[in-house]
Design a protein around this ligand. Structure first.
Ligand code: ZN
Length: 184
């Protein structure tokens, strides 16, 4: 019986799948062990990966699907954190719960990819660390979208937006200011 594998984006393609333009890769080690659950022609389709919620992150993804950005806050020490975790990473309390944030923030750091590693993510695209305006110190790894890459800079004011990914939605950020006009 064929094993089931999930797909993940890759930056380097294995020899087993041939083309460097292939978009996805088996996340298990069974490519060379006879895994047949995903034919090579399907594996080469450019599809962005979808979130895979677990018991800890499920509320985060449910909120994102509803168009709301949430982060965890510790009921013991008041610390906010991201990504979601079972415990507060500051005091180890399990009294953590999700609460909505405004979705406003600024670019803390970023990189511009000028080479297309995956057909689902054509270059140029921007990978960024965004710090939330109402939760100083809480930073999300994300993409800056709907914004010319050359306008992205450290300190750029951004706001959350949501990109549909299958049955879920992925929080992304876009500029709220630019020298070249409204990026929205
Ligand atoms: Zn705490």
């Amino acid at each position: 019986m064929a094993r089931r594998c999930r797909l993940i984006p890759v930056v380097e393609m294995p020899v087993a799948l041939g083309s460097r333009e292939s978009a996805t890769l088996h996340s298990c080690a069974s490519v060379t062990a006879g895994c047949t659950s995903i034919p090579p022609e399907v594996a080469r389709v450019a599809v962005k990966p979808s979130p895979e919620p677990d018991s800890v992150s499920l509320p985060y993804w449910q909120a994102a699907r509803a168009g709301q950005l949430v982060v965890q806050r510790c009921g013991h020490c008041g610390c906010s954190q991201f990504p979601p975790d079972l415990l507060c990473r500051r005091c180890q309390s399990d009294n953590v719960d999700f609460e909505a944030v405004s979705g406003a923030g600024h670019v803390f750091s970023f990189g511009i990819y000028t080479r297309t590693f995956d057909p689902a993510f054509p270059a140029p695209y921007v990978l960024a660390l965004v710090e939330l305006a109402d939760r100083p110190g809480v930073r999300l790894m994300t993409n800056i979208v709907a914004t010319p890459a050359e306008l992205v800079r450290v300190g750029l004011s951004v706001e959350v937006c949501f990109e549909d990914r299958g049955e879920w939605a992925l929080p992304q950020f876009r500029a709220v200011e630019s020298a070249g006009g409204d990026p929205r």
